[in-house]
Each structure stands twice: as C-alpha cells, then as structure tokens.
Ligand binder design. Structure first.
Ligand code: ATP
Ligand code: MG
Length: 488
C-alpha cells in the first residue's frame, strides 16, 4: 500500500507552539517544514517532542496568508517531528493544495508509489491513483478516493455491529433518511432487519406503488406508513389513517366511502369518506385483514378505477390516493379460509415491507429502551439510568409486545422507580408472579382474568379479531382496544 496523499519537499517557515515540559509554559519555536502533504508534514525540530502530543502550527503560505492549525506528533527523531494535521478546514486545505502542487518538482514519478511515469499517464498504472494534479477537479476526486481508502483500511477492525451503526449514521445523518422519518416520531434502530426496512422505505416512497406492511403488533407498521408518506411527493397532502378493526362493521363503509344525506336511517347530513378526504395524499388502511368481505370487493373496485362512490349516490368521483395497508395477521391463511379475497391480496401485496419482531433485532432492544428512557426522562425533567441488571434483562427478554411494550414498560419505570437507576423490577421484568390472595384488589383480579381470556381466545381463533369478538361476546373495537391494553 503506497501513500494516501501527495507529499513534496518544501522549505516553508512554520512556528511550532507547544506546551513544553509540563508546566514550564507555552513556547513558540520558529523552524521550517521540510516536506508537506495534505495530511501532515515533517518539521525540523530539536530537542524531540514526545509522540502523540498535540501542538499548534502557524505558517504563512505565499499568496494565501497566515494559517493556524493543530497537529499531532506521530514520530520524533531524525532531527525533527512528523506531524498529522487536525482541524484543517476546506478553505485551508484547498490553499495548502495550491502550494503543494506548485512544489511537485518530479512529475515523472508517481508520488504515491514511486513508479516512473514517463508516458505521463493521468492515472498511475501501478497503484491506480490519479496523477492529473493540475486539473480543477483533482483535489475533490482525490479527497473522495482517499476517503474510500482510509475507510477501507479502518474498516478492517470494525465489528458487524459497527458496520450497521455506520450505515445507519450515513442513512440518517448524511443521506437524511431519518430527517424525513422523524417528522412525526423518530425511527430508532441499527439492526440489519431495521436497516433493511429503512432501505425499502427509501426505495418505495417516491413511487406510486401500493405497499403492504406486515409484522407483529407494536413493531412499527404505522410509523413505517407515515415514513413512506413523508418521503413521498404527496407529503404536503393528507395522510389519513383508518383502522379497519376499530370501527364497527356497520359504520365502516360510510367512514371509508362517505354517504349522501338520507341514504340510511340517521344520515341527516351527507358526509365525505376518508378516501375523498385523502385526495392527493395517502390513505393508510390499518388492520386490513379485518376488512369485511363485502367491503373488500368495494375496495378492489376502487383500486381498479380509482372512483369513490358515496353510499346512496348515483355516480362516483375520481380521486387520486396512494394506498398503504398493514396487517398483523397472515393474509394467506385468511385467503385459504375464505376470509380474505385473493384478488385484493394480490392488488395490495405489490410491495411488502415486513417488520421484524423486536426479539430478532439484537442490540436494538437496548438502543430502543435507552432512547425511550432519555425521551421520557427529558419530558418529566428527571435524570434516570438503567442498572446493569436492567440492561441485561432488556437484552434477554423477548418483548412479545414489541416496541409498544418497550415504551410502556420504560414509561412506567420512569414514573415508578424511586431511585435514579431503574431495576428490572421497576419495569416489571423477571418479577415472580404474585400469587392471588385476599389482599389482591378486584381491579388486579379483573386485569389478570381478562388478559388470560383474551390470550386464550386469540389463540383459539387464530388471531382473527371478528371471531374473537364473537367468542367473547364483545365488539371488534373492544377486542382491538383490549389487545392494545394488554400488548397482545
Ligand atoms: N423503530 C422505532 N423507533 C422508535 N419508535 C418506534 C419504532 N417502532 C415503533 N415505534 C413506536 O412504537 C409504537 C408502536 O408502533 P406502531 O403503532 O407503528 O406499531 P404497529 O405495528 O402499527 O402496532 P399495531 O399492530 O399494534 O397497530 C409507536 O408509538 C411508534 O411510534
Ligand atoms: Mg398499527
């Protein structure tokens, strides 16, 4: 491996500012650079200064004036010090390059690897570096190539987690994916699975393709839908959410498609539906697996001709919405049972984003927990941390309720913990179940039984909310809100 920067022989005066012999005060020594590159230089200096010491460097560049930068001593000896430059801003770098390029005397050999270049190639045929020093673009191209080389050298010591963290940083901080994502709430995570989700969002958002978001409850399906909208050209138009499970079946059609005055008993006025309301923007159909079969046909028709027909109207209205749908149930098995239309499924499943459960997100568990700990502590003006046991427990716990469960448990712990450091017990993790006894309050008994019955019914009905509602004798919206309450 040759050099990463062009170095040339120079004779440039420099003033070295050093904090000498600890405590004896600052000294300024006038001396000279004997060689110089964009990354550092060799300075005549005696007596030697210790390695890794940070010094100030003041030098005057002909035509450009005075510069003051920091340098770190890499080696000391042979009558001087080899330094690496710090805080060289873009302007100082460009001017330094001007000076270096004028001092390249031997342009017949490659300054990176030394190979003779009598044919004056623009790129070294041995090491591959560009040699067209007098081109306007040389320095920008060189900086990009040198960056890639430096990163490639350094990356040898990166762990796979470091790599994901860096890619996440690049996505969020440099390419600003996160900037758009966090318009509503921040999307946290650097696991492979979640980085893949970011990349899919980035790809699909600018298109008009319908998106089907799948994943367990609490994994961030709604957040993903909002992120798609915020990164699309529709971002200044409405983002309308409708939860197909939370609205009673008999009201859902009017809610989605609207109705005319007098179209059914109680329809005293006309009402526009969510589709019309979302015109120009995005409609997010959450829990699409709960859409009654009759409405599935109507939705399919809409997807084919983009015409909305209000209940009781004679004609329709063409509207322009992008559809994003989400579900936590297995639509393919719903199709097999005749509960979901196959043709609708294929219309929706053009682009599928599957959100991995938190238990498969590795270090994200800790990252999410810390993120919400800081968020709630800030909101409540408290200063809270996790004990090492709490961190271990967070990492080893499966989080069946996913991110929503992390939020609930961390929020509870921030409120409940008496000490500054939050323990596993404050989060109700790994706490042995308290046997019910006579001091158990009625509220606790009810909580425990209700949760248990809901789990049984969900299992029995294969997570089909309509069936669970029938089995338990309650409405679908009630099932939906109980699931949220108990993180099921
Ligand atoms: N990666 C994440 N970073 C930060 N917050 C997140 C992340 N994923 C989800 N959340 C938050 O967790 C909560 C649950 O997410 P969301 O409502 O999007 O999940 P969901 O998959 O739609 O759940 P459900 O199926 O129960 O409706 C929200 O408050 C959301 O902002
Ligand atoms: Mg949701």
């Amino acid at each position: 491996m040759g050099r990463l920067d062009v170095r040339c022989e120079v004779d440039l005066p420099v003033c070295v500012i050093a904090d000498n012999n600890g405590g004896k005060g600052i000294t300024e020594t006038k001396t000279r650079f004997t060689s110089l590159s964009l990354a550092g230089g060799f300075i005549e200096f005696k007596p030697p200064l210790s390695k890794n010491k940070i010094i100030g460097l003041k030098y005057d560049l002909p035509k450009h004036g005075e510069f003051e930068i920091l340098g770190e001593i890499l080696r000391s000896g042979e009558g001087g010090i080899a330094t690496r430059f710090y805080n060289l801003n873009r302007d100082a770098k460009l001017k330094l390059w001007d000076y270096i390029k004028e001092n390249i005397t031997d342009d017949l050999s490659c300054p990176y690897c030394g190979k003779k270049n009598e044919q004056r190639f623009r790129r070294c045929d041995n090491c591959g570096w560009g040699l067209n020093f007098h081109s306007q673009d040389y320095i920008v191209e060189h900086e990009k190539e040198a960056f890639n080389n430096r990163l490639s050298l350094k990356s040898k010591s990166f762990s796979i987690e470091d790599i994901y963290r860096i890619l996440n940083f690049v996505d969020v901080e440099i390419l600003k994916i996160g900037k758009n994502l966090d318009i509503n709430e921040e999307f946290v995570g650097s696991s492979k699975g979640i980085l893949n989700v970011f990349s899919m969002i980035r790809k699909v958002a600018p298109t008009e393709i319908p998106v089907l978001i799948t994943g367990e409850s609490g994994t961030g399906k709604e957040l993903t839908a909002m992120a798609i909208h915020e990164r699309s050209q529709r971002k200044n138009k409405p983002f309308v959410t409708i939860n197909c499970a939370a609205i009673p079946e008999n009201l859902l059609e009017a809610e989605l498609f609207g109705h005319e005055k007098g179209s059914f008993t109680g329809a005293h006025t006309g009402k526009i539906g969510k589709f019309e309301y979302a015109d120009g923007g995005t409609i997010f159909l959450d829990e699409i697996g709960e859409l009654p079969v009759g409405l599935q046909s109507k939705l399919l028709r809409f997807l084919e001709d983009k015409i909305v027909e209000r209940i009781g109207s004679n004609g329709g209205k063409k509207i322009d919405v992008r559809l994003v749908a989400a579900t936590n149930c297995d639509l393919k098995s719903a199709i097999a049972k005749g509960a979901f239309r196959k043709d609708l499924f294929y219309r929706l499943d053009v682009f599928n984003i599957n959100l991995p459960p938190v238990r498969d997100r590795g270090e994200d568990k800790g990252i999410l927990a810390r993120y919400f700990l800081n968020k709630f502590s800030r909101e409540m003006n408290l200063s809270k941390t996790f004990t090492p046991e709490a961190i271990d427990t967070i990492r080893s716990y499966d989080w069946p309720g996913n991110v929503r469960e992390i939020i609930n448990k961390v929020r509870r712990a921030v409120v409940m913990s008496k000490e500054e450091a939050i323990t596993p017990a404050d989060m109700e993790l790994n706490v042995p179940k308290i046997e019910m006894d006579i001091v158990t309050s009625l509220k606790e008994v009810r909580y425990s039984i209700e949760k248990q019955k809901l789990i049984e019914a969900m299992r029995h009905c294969n997570n089909n909310i309509s069936k669970v509602a029938r089995v338990l004798g309650i409405s679908r919206p009630s099932v939906y809100s109980l699931r949220k309450k108990y993180n099921i």
